[in-house]
Ligand binder design. Structure first.
Ligand SMILES: NC(=O)c1ccc[n+]([C@@H]2O[C@H](COP(=O)([O-])OP(=O)(O)OC[C@H]3O[C@@H](n4cnc5c(N)ncnc54)[C@H](O)[C@@H]3O)[C@@H](O)[C@H]2O)c1
Length: 279
């Protein structure tokens, strides 16, 4: 129970990775706030978390809209009187070549995945600063990034640009809020098994199979794999860690299997099985 009575806002927690993070915080005693654009998904998340014995509250919010972010922050403060933790998870994905990408689709990705974290850090950050000034330092912020922050992906231009920008937003926020005892870090997941990733139109089986051949541990991650890292970064054990980006990707970013010494594909490591090789 590392987070008893802490108030944790988790954007995009109506589904997928954010929902997994919300469950994990609630299981450790936190009061979680589901700040998802979908009121229905938020209500469903609250029901699920409460059924598991946790405490959750839905505050439907479009993170790309400053008025809504300010209102959500005020609502949470009015309801609970404090905010301890902010996790930026909200995301949308568009798969298009740059030459085909409409400006509004580009803009939407940046609004949700880069401007959103800026706005929540701005509004929640002000509270964390004021809180520290009144003698309660120790706020925690974690931004959910992606391996796409470090690696280009065809048809992922807006996504990669937003996540790349999020790395620098994380570093600047870490520097600006450090004096108030607030840490700001980012977690970069590889492919995680969430319902939206199971839909063939979002991510094809052929793509998944090919992708997993490059993952040394050979399978998709679970939402708990990301939640565990987030909980650690929000725990006292991580008190001296800030401004960092942590990969949780099954080893994807360790290297490319196509780079082999002497081009000898019997020199193996990692997930040889998926490549039809003999370890
Ligand atoms: N699933 C993966 O494989 C994976 C890999 C790397 C990074 N990520 C990142 O993790 C985060 C969550 O991804 P996911 O796969 O769980 O997605 P998901 O689609 O399952 O969930 C995203 C949630 O964000 C909400 N959302 C969308 N726009 C919003 C807005 N404007 N304001 C508030 N909420 C909004 C959606 O309603 C949804 O509930 C994203 O930032 C994504 O880029 C996911």
């Amino acid at each position: 129970m590392r987070f008893t009575d802490k108030v944790a806002i988790i954007t995009g927690a109506g589904n997928g990775i954010g929902l997994g993070i919300a469950h994990a915080f609630a299981a450790e005693g936190a009061q979680v706030v589901i700040a998802d654009i979908s009121a229905a998904a938020g209500a469903r998340a609250v029901t699920e978390i409460e059924a598991a014995g946790g405490r959750a509250f839905s505050a439907p919010t479009d993170v790309g809209n400053e008025e809504q972010v300010a209102a959500m922050t005020a609502t949470v403060l009015a309801e609970f009187g404090r905010i301890d933790i902010l996790i930026n998870t909200a995301g949308v994905v568009v798969h298009k070549l740059l030459v085909d990408l409409e400006l509004d689709a580009w803009q939407r990705q940046l609004d949700v995945q880069l401007t959103g974290p800026f706005l929540t850090i701005k509004h929640v950050g002000r509270h964390l600063m004021a809180r520290a000034a009144s003698g309660q330092p120790g706020g925690k912020i974690v931004n959910i990034s992606s391996v796409s922050a470090m690696m280009g992906r065809v048809k992922g231009g807006a996504h990669c640009a937003a996540k790349g920008g999020l790395t620098m937003l994380t570093k600047v926020a870490a520097m600006e809020l450090a004096a108030y005892g607030v840490t700001v870090n980012a977690v970069a997941p590889g492919l995680i098994d969430v319902p939206s990733q199971r839909a063939e139109e979002n991510i094809s089986t052929a793509y998944k199979t090919r992708y997993l051949q490059e993952v040394p541990l050979g399978h998709m991650g679970e939402t708990t794999d990301i939640a565990e890292m987030v909980l650690f970064l929000c725990s006292d054990a991580a008190r001296w860690i800030t401004g960092q980006l942590y990969l949780v990707d099954g080893g994807l970013m360790a290297g490319h299997y196509s780079f082999q010494g002497n081009h000898d594909f019997t020199l193996l490591g990692g997930h040889a099985g998926a490549q039809g090789m003999t370890p």
